[in-house]
Design a protein around this ligand. Structure first.
Ligand code: AMP
Ligand code: TRP
Length: 332
């Protein structure tokens, strides 16, 4: 099997990643490092399309990096970097804006959803051009596969369309990437409202388990998770979304099958089961949180590691920009 180039990105828009991010995406990033040439990017420029708080942004970029390393992204095995450290993203982003049609950009559902929230007139231009910057992120690295959640499918399609159009008009320049839609196996729901996705933007803080939360806070959240009528610990997403969610979480972290867990907790109450889930979650996250806090103690070292990643990324990205410019007729 030949090594494949992988690229993915995550926005530094929260103080902590949550268990949904981890089980739905980041755990698979860690697995994909082996046997592939993986590039993982903290997309800070994309984060500028939301509210900008400079102090918070800086903190969140560093905390995101620390968490990614702590949860297993190895700066030796893969290329871990910050988008704004590699200016080629902006360079190719502009080219993509000049390739994309206004109409096709206007069909992006993420833009429609996000701009509808604050009223379309107050939406910023960067939110509109977001997908063209994302296309640049991917095409710069000639990625074969782009591991993302289902919600990003449309952006990957746009990236493929732009790359195909560019190649046919200006000559072979970009590899046409494929989405690698992450297994939905571990979709995690809000602990308080177990029919909603666990998400930092919706639902209550009490329903979201964060990597950087203290063990005490997470124990409390699990113990006060919404449970369902009845008292059997059985997996039934329709009738028992709360207990089913806790079973999914336990199983994903402990590696035990759901049916094993059902047997283990047969005849025991919800209370015992929640204590067991809390134990599994807290012990799983404890070393990750501790390692992240340790990395944040030495900011200069962390930034140095990220600069090292950016150097590796730039050596690939600059070659793509040079090709692109040449094929467009720009004088190098
Ligand atoms: P977000 O920050 O919400 O854009 O999510 C970043 C990544 O985490 C995406 O790849 C999502 O698909 C994944 N993700 C977010 N929330 C969940 C969840 N509750 N369950 C599973 N995966 C999730
Ligand atoms: N738009 C992606 C998200 O919201 C983040 C992202 C930016 C990304 N650039 C990317 C993902 C490139 C994959 C590849 O999740």
């Amino acid at each position: 099997m030949s090594t494949k180039r992988i690229l993915s990105g995550i926005q530094p828009t929260s103080d902590s990643f949550h268990l949904g991010n981890y089980l739905g995406a980041l755990k698979q990033w860690v697995e994909l490092q082996d046997g592939n040439d993986a590039f993982y990017c903290i997309v800070d420029l994309h984060a500028l399309t939301g509210d900008i708080d400079p102090t918070l942004l800086r903190k969140r970029i560093l905390t995101s990096a620390a968490q990614l390393i702590a949860l297993g992204i190895s700066p030796e095995k893969s290329t871990l970097f910050v988008q704004s450290h590699v200016a080629e993203h902006n360079q190719l982003g502009w080219i993509m804006e000049c390739i994309a049609g206004f109409g096709e950009a206007n069909r992006m559902t993420q833009f429609k959803d996000k701009s509808a929230k604050g009223g379309a007139d107050s939406a910023r231009v960067g939110l509109f051009t977001y997908p063209m910057l994302q296309a640049a992120d991917i095409l710069l690295y000639q990625a074969h596969y782009v591991p993302v959640g289902e919600d990003q499918r449309q952006h990957i399609e746009l990236t493929r369309d732009l790359a195909t159009r560019f190649n046919s008009r200006f000559g072979e320049t970009f590899r046409i990437p494929e989405g690698h839609i992450l297994k939905s196996g571990a979709k995690i729901y809000d602990l308080q409202e177990p029919t909603n996705k666990m998400s930092k933007s919706s639902g209550s803080a009490a329903g979201v388990l964060e990597i950087m939360d203290t063990p005490e806070a997470n124990i409390k959240k699990i113990k006060s998770a919404t449970t369902d009528a009845g008292r059997e610990v059985t997996f039934d997403e329709k009738e028992k979304p709360g207990i089913s969610n806790l079973l999914t979480i336990h199983s994903a972290l402990s590696g035990e099958s759901i049916s094993n867990l059902e047997n283990q907790f047969a005849g025991k109450g919800y209370g015992d089961f929640k204590s067991a889930v809390a134990e599994v979650v807290v012990e799983y996250l404890r070393p990750i949180r501790e390692r992240a806090l340790e990395l944040l103690q030495d900011e200069a070292h962390l930034v140095k590691v990220l600069h090292g990643g950016a150097d590796k990324a730039r050596s690939v990205a600059s070659a793509t920009v040079a090709d692109t410019y040449k094929n467009l007729g720009l004088v190098l």
